[in-house]
Each structure stands twice: as C-alpha cells, then as structure tokens.
Design a protein around this ligand. Structure first.
Ligand SMILES: [Zn+2]
Length: 318
C-alpha cells in the first residue's frame, strides 16, 4: 500500500470508528424501566438528578398512553436521543404509531425529545400552552439546546428544535378514541406556560414540574400559583400523580411537596416581617427545612428559591 492510499484508508477507518464511537456514546443506551401506572398509562421515570454528562440531560418522566387511536406521549425528554428511546419503549407497548405529543412547559429538559419522535413519525401533532409555542416560534429553543449541551458537556449534540404545532388551553378536553386528555393551567405557577393533563379514564394526573417529588428546581414563576395548581390536580378524581421529576405516587407525595412550598413561603414571610434580608434568613430557613435536605438540588437551589419567595412576599405586601 503506498503512503497516500494508506493514509486515506487509515483516515476513513479512524473516521468511521470515531463516528460510531461518538454516536453510541450520545445515544441513551442505559436501560430505564417502563413503569405501568394503570391499564393504558406508562411512565419512564428518569434519573432524579441534576443534568450531567453521565445522564445526558435525561432526568424527566416521559409518559406514554396507549389509546385506541395510537400512542400519545407527554414530555419526551431532553434530546433527540431521549425521544428515540421513547419511540423504542412505545414499541414494547404496542405497534401503533405515536400520533401526538404534549409538552408540559417550555423548559428544554421536557421537550427537546420532540426531535426523536418527529424523526420516526413525521406527521406528529405537538401540543403546548400558547406561551410556549410563541416562545419557541420566536427562537427560544436554540437557547435551551445550548444550555443543556453546556450542562452535559455536549451530550445532546445533534438535537434540533422541533417545536409545538398546536396549542392547548385550560378547560380543553382532547379525545383519542377511548381516552380523554383534560387540560389544566393556573396562569403563572411553575412557569408561565404550564399544561397539566388529567388522563381521565385512567385516573392519572400529569403535573409537569408543578409537582416535583423529592426534587427542587431553581425556578418558580409563582409560589402562590404553584400551590393552587397542586390543588387543581388533587381535586380531580385521579389516584396516581406523575411529577415532572422523581417518582409518581398517590395524594400523599403531592401533599409532601405542597407542604414544602407552603412552609418555605411562610418562613420567608415571617423573616421578612422581622426585617431580615433574603441572605440573612437563608441559614435559619435551611435549618427549619432540615428534613428536605436530602432532596435532589436542595443545596444548589434553596438560596435562589428563598430569593424568589422574598420577591413574591414583597410584591404581595405592596
Ligand atoms: Zn421546569
């Protein structure tokens, strides 16, 4: 072999090796269970962790609903790779097509997986709240791709923005054959673009990030709105509640999160009245919330949550 040909050969070989190595590193190879919640509702409980290179940004709970008109997916995750994983899992349930996706809000860890679904089902309909659709139409999606690539050392590379195609609003009932998806929204709550979804016949309620099980975010559009949103879900006939992050459960797990937010805001209010600034009250509040210290994201996010509650308390008083 002369040196030029040898060089070309080695380059091709190396190139293909790097490429396969690369894409398999990016794909979601780790096994995640498909947990059956009711006759027709399944959830892949993502790791209850902060985004990292290891989890490739996958940490939410994609929901799959087997309707007589096809599979409906809620929140296919953080990248094209989580979306492709959801497609594979759907095949374990039925060989029906995925017909529709709901995105519960605009945070990228919940919806960038739309790309993986679209790759396999080109005619897919994607529902979101009007504020989310407007934001993604205006280009917000690229910011989410960049942010999650940064959090994961580039592990969602190749993910493209596939935004919502239709809007859903509070009070809408969307039927797919035998199963009804009832939409709830409480204005500003976890975000200003929340969709909460009651899967009526299955007695399952999907909260999006208005409910997080043993998991704290650094984000809250309104504590008051989030508390009311939790009540909305608790007032339905649902028996099983799916959080945006962490494990699904009954009413008690929802109430645990609700009492955490209530307590946090009450404490901030109390210290505010006593004239403390947000950073002065932080150590006292952390002490009071001691039993929640093991929750994912507690240390990283509690300061920011106190700050947000402080602003809300101040606005409510004036
Ligand atoms: Zn969120």
């Amino acid at each position: 072999m002369n040196t030029t040909i040898k060089h070309v050969f080695v380059t091709i070989l190396l190139g293909s090796f790097i490429q396969t190595g690369y894409s398999s590193e990016l794909s979601i190879k780790k096994h995640y269970n498909l947990d059956k919640l009711s006759n027709n509702v399944y959830v892949i409980h993502g790791p209850n962790e902060a985004p990292s290179k290891q989890n490739k940004g996958f940490r939410n709970n994609p929901v799959l609903v087997n309707t007589s008109k096809g599979i409906v997916v809620i929140d296919p995750g953080s990248s094209v790779y989580t979306g492709e994983m959801v497609v594979k899992k759907a095949k374990e349930i039925s060989n029906k097509a995925i017909v529709t996706v709901f995105n519960t809000h605009t945070h990228g860890d919940h919806w960038l997986g739309n790309h993986g679904i679209k790759n396999n089902f080109n005619n897919i309909v994607i529902y979101s709240h009007p504020n989310m659709k407007a934001g993604i139409d205006a280009g917000d999606g690229e910011t989410w791709v960049k942010a999650i690539n940064k959090q994961t050392d580039g592990m969602i590379q190749g993910t493209k923005v596939v935004g919502p195609t239709k809007i859903a609003k509070h009070g809408d009932s969307i039927k797919f054959g035998n199963i009804t998806f009832k939409i709830y929204n409480n204005g500003k709550a976890h975000s200003d673009s929340d969709l909460m979804i009651e899967i009526v016949e299955e007695k399952v309620f999907v909260f999006g990030d208005n409910f997080r099980s043993k998991n704290l975010s650094n984000f809250m559009a309104s504590f008051k709105g989030n508390l009311e949103a939790l009540d909305m879900g608790l007032k339905t006939k649902a028996k099983i509640f799916v959080p945006g992050h962490g494990l699904s459960g009954g009413k008690k797990t929802v109430k645990d999160y609700q009492s955490f937010i209530t307590k946090l805001k009450k404490e901030v209010h109390k210290h505010y009245e006593a004239g403390l600034s947000d950073f002065e009250m932080k150590p006292k509040i952390v002490e009071t919330l001691n039993k929640h210290k093991s929750w994912t994201g507690f240390n990283a996010n509690i300061g920011r949550l106190i700050n947000l509650a402080y602003i809300e308390v101040e606005n409510e008083l004036f």
